[in-house]
Design a protein around this ligand. Structure first.
Ligand SMILES: [Zn+2]
Length: 296
């Protein structure tokens, strides 16, 4: 046996076992990889599926979404809103087509590229030009019917002003010894983060006294009973705090248009609930091509 023979024999004798071992290792490794990849995928799906699937359903009129009776429960609504279920950011959605019911809150920031034409209205404040006439009619009617002068304290606010207000309030809480977290929590009760305030879209107005006492005035009582006739709603009612996530603000009214305002008033729905209600209705009507909310 010469040297080459030895080499051949060695390689022939040792290689099959080594090969098998190597193949086994590769297979085991591959199985582990597939397993890890699978777990990863499941995790990813679990954390994002609700949001993306929901939006797909929302955009897809052919897909049936079962509507359950408990959809109207407060907890569920706020959870769905939080998930971006029915926010205006769903720009292809039925609700989004109507500027009057643009939902702006902590979970639904003002859409990128949003712009609005403003008009000076009574009280020397600025409001969405499309609703300016209704704004003035509201004030006029209150004055004529009960002799009360509604004083708009603030209506449209720029993003810069909103930021200043927010920061000042935050600072004042911190100066009184509150921790950053506590100061934020207290500030968020009444002042929206810049980019999430209705005042920035020119459809909200604060009247007279920005205090709970406003509730006791004749002006508030009149607004509470009549504002909907002019397309306005009490935006943050006492019994809806858990949904709006904003404390009761008797002074803050929002324009949504007369048709919407009357329905909301009649059904006792806040804007979050109403948008959800329309969304459900659009699902029901999706087969009869009535997806669009009709203008008033
Ligand atoms: Zn306000």
């Amino acid at each position: 046996m010469d040297m080459s023979d030895h080499i051949n024999r060695t390689s022939l004798g040792a290689n099959p076992a080594a090969n098998i071992k190597r193949h086994m290792l590769i297979r085991v490794f591959a199985v582990i990889l597939i397993f890890i990849f699978g777990i990863f995928q499941m995790g990813a799906k679990h954390s994002s599926c609700q949001y993306s699937n929901v939006n797909n359903d929302y955009f897809n009129p052919d897909k049936n979404v079962s509507l359950r009776q408990d959809d109207s429960k407060q907890g569920k609504i706020s959870t769905e809103i939080k998930k971006g279920f029915i926010g205006f950011n769903n720009t292809k959605g039925v609700v989004a087509r109507d500027w009057r019911i643009l939902l702006v809150n902590r979970d639904n920031p003002i859409p990128k590229g949003f712009s609005v034409e403003l008009a000076k209205v009574q009280g020397n404040v600025r409001f969405d030009a499309r609703a300016a006439e209704h704004f003035n009619s509201l004030l006029k009617a209150c004055r004529e019917e009960i002799g009360y002068s509604l004083q708009p304290r603030t209506a449209f606010r720029s993003n810069g002003l909103q930021k200043t207000l927010y920061d000042n309030k935050l600072k004042s809480h911190m100066n009184r010894g509150k921790s950053r977290n506590e100061a934020e929590r207290l500030t968020n009760n009444y002042i929206a983060l810049p980019g999430t305030s209705e005042h920035e879209i020119g459809l909200a107005v604060d009247f007279n006294v920005l205090k709970q006492e406003f509730e006791e005035t004749e002006g508030f009582k009149w607004l509470d009973a009549n504002a909907h006739k002019y397309g306005f709603i009490l935006r943050y009612p006492k019994d809806k705090e858990s949904i709006t996530k904003v404390k009761y603000e008797p002074w803050h009214f929002r324009y949504v248009g007369r048709t919407h305002a009357e329905t909301m008033k009649g059904k006792n729905l806040c804007l979050e609930e109403y948008v959800h209600y329309l969304w459900k209705k659009s699902r029901v009507n999706s087969n009869s091509d009535q997806k669009q909310v009709l203008p008033e």
